[in-house]
Design a protein around this ligand. Sequence first.
Ligand SMILES: [Zn+2]
Ligand SMILES: [Zn+2]
Length: 325
Amino acid sequence: MVQRILQPLEIESTDHVSIARLRLPERSEVFALRAQRLRKLSVDNPLGQAFGPYLALMAGVAEAQHAIAGTLELPMPSDAAIDRAQSHRMPILAAMDEEALAGWQPVAQRLIADLIAHGTLPPDALAALRALTPDTLDEQAQAILGMRDLPVDGMSAPFIMAALQLHRTVLASQLRESQVPTLDVATVCPCCGSLPVASVVRIGGRYQGLRYLQCGLCATEWHMVRVKCSHCESTEGISYHVVEEHHEALKAETCDQCHHYRKIVYMEKDATVEPLADDLASLALDVMMAEAGYGRASGNPLLWLGEGDDERGDEGSDADDADER
Ligand SMILES: [Zn+2]
Ligand SMILES: [Zn+2]
């Protein structure tokens, strides 16, 4: 009798205990991979050719985020704060917590100065960023995060959001997996409590074939089983939609319980997909889903369509469904 010897990778992927519930961001790669993907989609994108210049602009933003991310050392939450988050099953770096904004301002000033110096911003965006004072920068950040009820300036918002992402992503990258609580609600980020931008089915090692939701703010990814609504957690009435038959690496995952959708990308079809970038580059799929009567579960952090727009999601309204497994 021949006994088959399992390779280490196979053992890992068949051992259910090893399913990684979290994938904390690697600051050395998260913005670099996103920048590369945005750069590629800005020139080669069947789902939104007219959108190319905007994708190129955001590729430049991600490149600037990457250049700074490696140089930052940010103060970590105290052990007491981490213990408190764990005992209450609350996010550690709660996005809407005043304390979480501490140390944010210099990071934002640096990113904005780099973007201005780079010389590739359109005139309107350049003027909006130049007009920001430390006070209005803080006010806009708080408005974007939903901490203050103020009008968001759509022209500067993607860049301010990029600065918030840079700050929170570096903070999240400094955490250890054991420090991050498991929340009662599986549809918000366990690090910062923000909504996911999209989800990704990963390849490789302990992530092989597993689906992760990616936080739109801190880029933390957390595991959610496949064929489940990332908005209301229903496992019934889930369908998948593509714009073109041949574009299998990106789908909209719709739910007939709550009538929302989020996009899902598949690394087994294209290893270079990146949730935020592919979501931003596929407006044709959003148009198709809107026509089919589904609402976006949450907006893309790097796209602000202006005041009164309701794309930022409506978490909380479906809390009754949150216990459904
Ligand atoms: Zn997060
Ligand atoms: Zn749903």
